[in-house]
Design a protein around this ligand. Structure first.
Ligand code: BYC
Length: 321
């Protein structure tokens, strides 16, 4: 904890002063239990989203239309695994071990981003995921680089750099398709039609249904509300869609001169909550695949633990952490 905290009384006051001064909380600093709990929840859910999020695009690696596209997609999916690892490491600094966080995902108690419960039906969907899903992730995550909790904010800096490459590759896939044959353009439009609303829902429920936002914003974990970020994202993608030659599927989308923002139609929040509660098109399949992958990876964990046990003195940090 930095010098702002030294001339104040209680630990709570020191923490409040640190947040007010826009400084960072580090793992060994005192923090309120609820701050720790909120961060563990958000960071671990974010990690789970990265790991489950490998599935929709991972399914397309063997069907990518060229060797170059395959290599790019493999690198992207591998990046998502890396993001999951940085995020689990950041979450662990708050005191909950990784295997506990993983159990919460596997037993269905922890959430992950609703978007990954929708299917990737065509190659154009891979483009739409890159452009819209990674685009939404960037809009959400750039402010998280200034999160009050140091390890999360620092992890976000690297994640955002990689996400911007991901968004460009998605854009380039869609641009190529929308400037290809009429069938290819139709495929690109169909992908955008299906991904648009679920991508907007990634920002979370509307502010009046968001139970965590006020607290998280007061603690400077979140810097903007769900609706504020959703609006920023819509304002960003409208001109991008025009440049792509594709239409966003919302008849209410129009520029509002007075607000200096685009107005857009109401999203289907009943559908959102249904997906969040496990009733989306692919919730069961996504979770079962993760359970299966965890089971298949048992031998790797056993081998790593055996190696660590044998080399305790040279690699002490591999066990017992
Ligand atoms: N899906 O009070 P609220 C990626 C839950 S992966 C599911 O507003 P909060 C990528 C929420 O957890 C990037 N659940 O919550 C990977 C809460 O329930 P609990 C994923 C959602 O936390 C692979 C309840 O609804 N990004 O980019 O203040 C390939 C009420 O919500 C969702 C992140 O995880 C949702 N969409 O705000 C390609 C970003 N939204 O926990 C790409 C980090 C809300 O109280 N997370 N819920 O039981 C955040 O910024 C915030 O957690 C959220 C929600 C804005 C998502």
């Amino acid at each position: 904890m930095t010098d702002v905290a030294t001339d104040v009384g209680t630990e709570q006051e020191a923490f409040d002063a640190l947040i007010a001064a826009d400084q960072r909380v580090e793992p060994r600093d005192w923090m309120p239990d609820d701050y720790r709990k909120t961060l563990t929840r958000q960071i671990s859910q974010h990690a789970h989203s990265e790991i489950i999020g490998m599935q929709p695009e991972g399914n397309w690696i063997s069907r990518a239309p060229s060797l170059k596209r395959k290599a790019i997609l493999m690198a992207k999916v591998q990046d998502e695994a890396g993001h999951g690892l940085y995020l689990y490491s950041a979450a662990e600094t708050l005191g909950t071990p990784r295997h506990v966080l993983n159990e919460q995902l596997l037993n269905g108690r922890a959430k992950y981003s609703s978007i990954f419960n929708y299917p990737c039906r065509t190659w154009a969907d891979v483009g739409a995921v890159g452009w819209l899903v990674d685009g939404a992730a960037i809009a959400n995550q750039v402010p998280l680089c200034r999160c009050s909790y140091g390890p999360y904010g620092r992890a976000m800096v690297r994640v955002c750099k990689e996400e911007s490459f991901h968004q460009r590759q998605g854009w380039e896939i869609l641009y190529t398709l929308s400037h290809g044959t009429p069938e290819q353009k139709k495929m690109a439009q169909d992908a955008v039609d299906r991904m648009y609303a679920p991508a907007l829902m990634m920002f979370g429920p509307p502010d009046d249904q968001s139970s965590n936002s006020d607290k998280s914003m007061a603690w400077k974990i979140k810097r903007f509300s769900n609706d504020e970020l959703r609006q920023r994202f819509v304002d960003m993608i409208v001109p991008q869609a025009e440049a792509l030659g594709l239409t966003l599927p919302d008849p209410d989308l129009k520029w509002n001169e007075e607000r200096q923002h685009y107005d857009f139609g109401e999203l289907d929040w009943d559908e959102f909550w249904k997906v969040v509660k496990g009733g989306g098109p692919l919730n069961v399949q996504r979770l079962n695949r993760r359970i299966e992958a965890h089971r298949e990876g048992a031998w790797v964990r056993e081998a790593a633990a055996a190696y660590a046990a044998k080399h305790t003195e040279t690699v002490p940090n591999l066990i017992g952490a």
